[in-house]
Design a protein around this ligand. Structure first.
Ligand code: GDP
Ligand code: MG
Length: 177
């Protein structure tokens, strides 16, 4: 008996956080394997995908990266959260403000992903800027624990940089996704 060819499963991940934290760069790094030469502010939704293989099965990972701008968000937000498999919250380790915004992003996510439990992770980006760090690992870890999320500190620009340890792996961006 002939079986129909297996459909490629799609895994939808949304990437959320303040404008400028590096969402576009992180998704670009994951999908294209490098840091983008230059990024423009995301308008509406940025969308990238990458085909990966897990246990011999091909899986299409879709990364949705939204604009921070309110006027775009209002109309897009419902669409954005539909059928989400995982949520990545991003802050910039050199921006305390971006870290302080996280509760609001988490709240928005709760309201739109109502009813279903979605895996969530927390990502501190720009760890290559060692001398400008404003958000300590301890503080971020505490926050992550409070919200039952794993924490990854990394850099879209230079994944191998940072202070070593949890920030050290050269394929850290891959590890996150
Ligand atoms: P988004 O608004 O969250 O999508 O942020 P972008 O990805 O557009 O990045 C905003 C700015 O931060 C750009 O100028 C990027 O070059 C810069 N940027 C992003 N990721 C990193 C990083 O890991 N390290 C450094 N040093 N700069 C970064
Ligand atoms: Mg962007």
């Amino acid at each position: 008996q002939l079986l129909p060819p297996p459909r490629t499963r799609i895994f939808k991940i949304i990437v959320i956080g303040d404008s400028g934290v590096g969402k576009t760069c992180l998704t670009y790094r994951f999908c294209a394997g490098k840091f983008p030469e230059k990024t423009e502010a995301t308008i509406g939704v940025d969308f990238r995908e990458k085909l990966i293989e897990i246990d011999g099965e091909k899986i299409k990972v879709q990364l949705w990266d939204t604009a921070g701008q309110e006027r775009f968000r209002k109309s897009m937000v419902q669409h954005y959260y539909r059928n989400v498999h995982a949520v990545v919250f991003v802050y910039d380790v050199t921006s305390a403000a971006s870290f302080r915004s996280l509760p609001a992003w988490i709240e928005e996510c709760k309201q739109h992903a109502l009813g279903h439990e979605v895996p969530r992770i927390l990502v501190g980006n720009k760890c290559d800027l060692l001398n400008s760090v404003q958000v300590s690992t301890d503080l971020a870890q505490q926050f992550a624990d409070t919200h039952s999320m794993p924490l990854f500190e990394t850099s879209a620009k230079n994944p191998g940089s940072g202070d070593g340890g949890s920030r050290g792996s050269s394929d850290h961006v891959d590890a996150i996704f």
